[in-house]
Design a binder for this molecule. Structure first.
Ligand code: FES
Ligand SMILES: [Fe+2]
Length: 367
């Protein structure tokens, strides 16, 4: 059955969903925490913007714009001193808030500032908020929102399509039967958690035809749990399991050049105490890898060649349409500049986020 616009309210020409030049303001993963030791500074390019990340003596990760406000040297050539970062070129030094605190050839530092970005760590990753002040907590799995978690890394990958297109795979009801031979019936119910997060829960009674599920739960009669939570349309949490055992898999994606995706898979479990708790969690995280492989098996060839265009949605595609509509209401930034994009009545306008930068003044020039 072909469903018309009244039944499936599909934004015909999305302005945010699957757009290679635009992304939603939010938290995005930067690098695994273990790859940034105390005293290290590294260059990173996130969503087209050049940044540096360093970790000072206080163990906090700090993210700056990459180029020194004096003359534009790349700050990743510099050196971490205590909690501060010194530029390699003329040795100006910046504190964790980006303020210049030392100019070696002057008695007093001058009034300049490197742009800094809100930074946090969770699930073994460093995250950056792409705006001035975080409007949301870090992405979380709803049932583990207040829990401490253990995590393990899966593979890192690049696909030829946009992160939003990779995300909808997990709510593409038809493909669970046609591609994965898993379930013939799917009934996903959506709920908007907040402006940036949406959840989908499966309510089918059918049991998946998956050997691992059959092996782990041979006598389990109830339908298997399948829940999703999406943040900013690019970080997706999948929860699969039964009443008494849940597996959590996070797909942390971000948009790279040419509308492609760079992604990381992370397995998450609620922290359990003691050596047995630790061992049990290793086992659970190891099993989660098998589940993840099963979910993404055969999808990769679709991601390499798809030209996403949902021209003829049917009723089973409704979760995808709901996901698209959820994204269309969020705050869009321009890939590369991270400037605000006003999307109104088909018109897109880039608005530079102005800072309270001091104007260049003659008295500040070193003479
Ligand atoms: S360019 Fe960094 S101190 Fe001169
Ligand atoms: Fe899939």
């Amino acid at each position: 059955m072909n469903v018309n616009a009244e039944n499936v309210n599909y934004a015909r020409k999305p302005k945010i969903f699957n757009q290679p030049e635009r992304f939603i303001e939010g938290w995005y993963w930067v690098i695994p925490s273990i790859k940034l030791r105390v005293g290290e500074v590294k260059p990173v390019t996130i969503l087209g913007r050049d940044l540096v990340i360093y970790r000072g003596e206080d163990r906090q990760a700090v993210i700056f714009d990459a180029y020194c406000p004096h003359m534009g040297a790349h700050l990743a050539e510099g050196k971490v001193e205590g909690n501060e970062l010194r530029c390699f070129f003329h040795h100006w030094k910046y504190d964790t808030e980006g303020f210049c605190v030392e100019v070696p050839c002057l008695d007093e530092p001058i009034n300049v500032k490197v742009k800094t970005w809100p930074t946090a760590e969770k699930y073994g990753l460093v995250w950056v908020w792409t705006g001035e002040t975080p409007q949301q907590p870090l992405p979380f799995i709803t049932e583990l929102e207040l829990e401490e978690c253990d995590s393990a890394f899966g593979s890192q990958f690049i696909t030829n399509c946009h992160p939003n297109v990779v995300m909808v795979n997990a709510i593409d009801a038809q493909h669970f039967n046609t591609v994965h031979n898993l379930l013939s019936e799917f009934n996903l119910e959506k709920q908007e958690l907040n402006e940036n997060a949406i959840t989908f829960s499966n309510h089918t009674q059918e049991k998946p035809k998956f050997w691992l599920i059959k092996l782990i739960f041979p006598f389990y009669k109830k339908p298997v749990i399948y829940d999703l939570c999406y943040w900013y349309g690019t970080t997706g949490m999948v929860t699969v399991g039964t009443e008494f055992l849940h597996f959590h898999i996070m797909f942390a994606l971000r948009l790279i050049e040419g509308g492609k995706t760079e992604g990381l898979i992370i397995f998450i479990a609620e922290k359990r105490r003691g050596i047995f708790g630790w061992l049990y969690n290793r086992f659970i995280l190891w099993l989660s890898k098998f589940l993840a492989q099963y979910f993404i098996k055969n999808d990769s060839k679709i991601f390499q060649t798809i030209q996403f265009n949902l021209k003829s949605p049917i009723e089973l595609d409704q979760p995808i349409v709901q996901f698209i509509n959820h994204l269309e209401g969020q705050k869009a930034l321009k890939w590369g500049s991270w400037n605000l994009e006003r999307v109104r009545d088909g018109e897109v306008r880039e608005i530079e986020k102005r800072e309270n930068r001091e104007k260049w003044r003659d008295e500040l020039v070193n003479d």
